[in-house]
Ligand binder design. Structure first.
Ligand code: NDP
Ligand code: 8X3
Length: 249
């Protein structure tokens, strides 16, 4: 039985991945800040597989370390790390952007991913096996106007994905990234700070990717034979041809 550690499991892509993994009998370590959601998901998925939860903020390195050290013994053999927690804060030009938003994106999307990876790697290195799936973005492959710091954070994820593969090559650890285009989740609610009307317009007039589509791809990537490592995958909704070209009705 494999064990997966999923950050950002309380919503969107992380939650959909947890649900699919549970159906596939993968043991789950579900992480996020919102305790109530973690508990609800644990209750639901415990009917299908073994589940534990860790409540922590990925951008707080002490919290990350303490949480991971507190894992019960039977959850300490981690096969899959899904580095998914992340978000965008604001959509503004470089001259108008908020420094607090920039700090949040770099702290969560880049440093948070590093803190979690650093805390879990000793387990994978000891086991001489493991799989890290980094959730990047098409924003990590191409910039768009007003995307500046969010794009920079995802370019960093892309660079870290490549670097990790080099550094971990001696330890038989697989490293992959998925780079989604527009996925209809709570992402835009967070980006626009609860302005749900504005968030909804991001996904209106075309069929956006759904969280389940990305979960399916993550599941495909981790279920390849061990000698197969997919470096990365870029996934758009059919209506989206590039970061900014979307065929809307
Ligand atoms: P959601 O907002 O639906 O989910 C984000 C998840 O990240 C939540 O579970 C949230 O949990 C967690 N999270 C956010 N900040 C922190 C933090 N500081 N500490 C711990 N957990 C945190 O968005 P998505 O599912 O869309 O996003 C998942 C990933 O996919 C992100 O990395 C995002 O950048 C990426 N992505 C999204 C795309 C999209 O269009 N939606 C496209 C490309 C990439 P909680 O609030 O409980 O802590
Ligand atoms: C999320 C997709 O286009 O909003 O990473 O940057 S986008």
């Amino acid at each position: 039985m494999k064990t997966a550690f999923i950050t950002g499991a309380t919503s969107g892509i992380g939650k959909a991945t947890a649900e699919l993994f549970a159906k596939n009998n993968i043991k789950l370590i579900l992480c996020g800040r919102r305790t109530e959601r973690l508990e609800k998901l644990q209750t639901k998925l415990s009917k299908l597989t073994e589940v534990t939860t860790l409540q922590f903020d990925v951008s707080r390195k002490e919290e990350v370390q303490t949480a991971i050290e507190s894992l019960p013994e039977n959850f300490k053999h981690i096969d899959f790390l899904i580095n998914n927690a992340g978000n965008a804060h604001g959509l503004a030009t470089i001259q108008e952007g908020s420094i607090d938003d920039w700090d949040a994106m770099l702290d969560i999307n880049v440093k948070g991913l590093l803190y979690v990876t650093k805390a879990i790697l000793p387990i994978m290195i000891h086991n001489n096996s493991g799989f890290i799936v980094n959730i990047g973005s098409t924003a990590g492959k191409d910039v768009y106007k007003n995307g500046n710091v969010y794009c920079a954070s995802k370019f960093a994820v892309n660079a870290l994905n490549k670097s990790m593969r080099l550094d971990l090559n001696d330890y038989n650890i697989r490293v992959s990234a998925i780079h989604p285009g527009l996925v209809e989740t709570e992402f835009s609610d967070v980006r626009f700070k609860g302005d749900t009307d504005r968030a909804r317009t991001v996904y209106s007039g075309y069929k956006a990717l759904q969280a389940e589509d990305i979960a399916d791809i993550i599941n495909f990537v981790v279920t390849r034979p061990y000698h197969v490592n997919i470096e990365d995958l870029i996934v758009y909704p059919t209506a989206q041809a590039s970061a900014t070209m979307i065929n809307k009705n």
